[in-house]
Design a binder for this molecule. Structure first.
Ligand code: KG4
Ligand code: ZN
Length: 363
């Protein structure tokens, strides 16, 4: 039995978790800074870094307490070292080093993008749903554990490689072929804005609260996705994406109204924008799944919490489409623990010179 204390501070969530054998969540604490950044309509790096410094110790202590563990008990300490905001990453990396060095524990450095994919290996039980482990839930979305049934055991539950990961977050949009644990091939990615970034920017244009993703999903309820035929950048013969033209098209549309869109008009705009993003993401995912003969698709990252994306991808892809419950789609430390477990059992250890790599890539 291997228990890993995992720490995540790459963006605007201060998170710590204890994960057993890469699958069982013993604790999962997330302190979201969403309210702090909402007034700026996006993450303010200086403020994020300062907020991590304030939250990191109480968050780690709570994760340890909920896992009923002392600091000598974990088998390793894992931490996200990139990609992300340098000042934010530094807080987690230094906290992890401090605990590991102080207690003589091995240190494992984790790539945040890989960890989003490893959220699929976590078991989600009724127990997790019952544990009040999210101290400051990122949003109502973050605590909604009903929309996705627990995935019965990921790979060990009967799935096999190769798998296709659609990684859609605030900073990334990539299609990745996963041939085995740690064996990735980059098939394509965004040439400009990430999908989550597009949701956040369009959310701002529509006057919706930050972050735009959950706000647009909520605003789009009851809307007509065909009300406005927003452009889709198909970028034929590639698995690349582009969302900046779509963002500009929404801006142009909004500019045609004399007052900010409200009511049914706002609902229709949100639904039409969401449909345009989901259309391209799901179509390219379906095409790649077919071309590479994968056994399943892993929707990963914050945007994979999007219900329309889940539904449309499931409809279009001929193999099973998996998505973690929303609280494991957005940033959390349980996924860092799941990913670190694979690295740890493969013998990987970080040195005391582990540094942050804000531009770290998966492949
Ligand atoms: O993975 P994540 O929590 O952080 C990064 O690693 O970036 O992703 C955050 C992104 C934000 O852009 C947010 O607007 C988006 O995920 N997001 C959503 C939804 N929930 C979060 N986008 C669309 N629909 C959602 N329900
Ligand atoms: Zn993330």
């Amino acid at each position: 039995m291997i228990r890993i204390l995992a720490i995540e501070t790459s963006c605007d969530e201060t998170a710590a978790a204890v994960v057993e054998d890469g699958r069982r969540i013993l604790s999962n604490v997330v302190a979201s800074q969403v309210d702090l950044h909402a007034q700026y309509g996006g993450v303010f790096p200086e403020i994020a870094s300062r907020a991590h410094i304030e939250a990191i110790v109480p968050v780690i202590e709570q994760a340890m307490r909920e896992a009923h563990m002392g600091y000598d008990d974990p088998d390793a300490v894992a931490v996200t070292y990139g990609p992300g905001l340098a000042g934010s990453l530094l807080v987690g990396v230094n906290a992890a080093k401090g605990i590991a060095l102080g207690r003589g524990l091995p240190l494992v450095g984790v790539n945040h993008l890989e960890a989003h994919i490893y959220a699929h290996w976590l078991n989600v039980t009724d127990d997790d749903a019952a544990t009040p482990s999210l101290t400051f839930p990122p949003s109502a979305e973050g605590t909604d554990r009903e929309t996705s049934p627990p995935q019965a055991g990921g790979i060990e539950g009967g799935l096999e490689f190769p798998l296709l990961a659609l990684l859609v977050s605030g900073g990334h949009t990539e299609l990745i072929l996963m041939r085995d644990h740690g064996d990735y091939e980059y098939l394509g990615g965004t040439l400009d804005d990430a999908a989550g970034e597009a949701f956040d920017k369009v959310g701002r244009l529509l006057g919706l609260p930050y972050p735009g993703g959950p706000s647009i999903q909520e605003a789009a309820k009851g809307g007509n996705p065909a009300a406005v035929d927003f452009p889709r950048a198909w970028l034929e013969d590639s698995y690349d994406f582009s969302f900046s033209g779509l963002k500009t098209a929404v801006l142009r549309e909004v500019e045609t109204y004399s007052t900010p869109p409200q009511g049914q008009l706002l609902t229709d705009l949100a639904a039409s924008f969401q449909a345009a993003v989901v259309d391209v993401l799901s179509a390219k995912t379906a095409q790649a799944a077919e071309e590479y003969g994968v056994t399943g698709v892993l929707l990963s990252g914050g945007v994979s919490a999007n219900t329309a994306l889940r539904e449309m991808t499931t409809e279009r892809v001929s193999v099973p489409v998996h998505y973690p419950p929303p609280f494991l789609c957005t940033d959390n430390a349980a996924m860092i623990g799941a990913c670190a477990y694979r690295r740890f059992i493969a013998g990987e250890r970080a040195g005391w010179d582990l540094d942050v790599v804000p531009g770290l890539r998966l492949v």
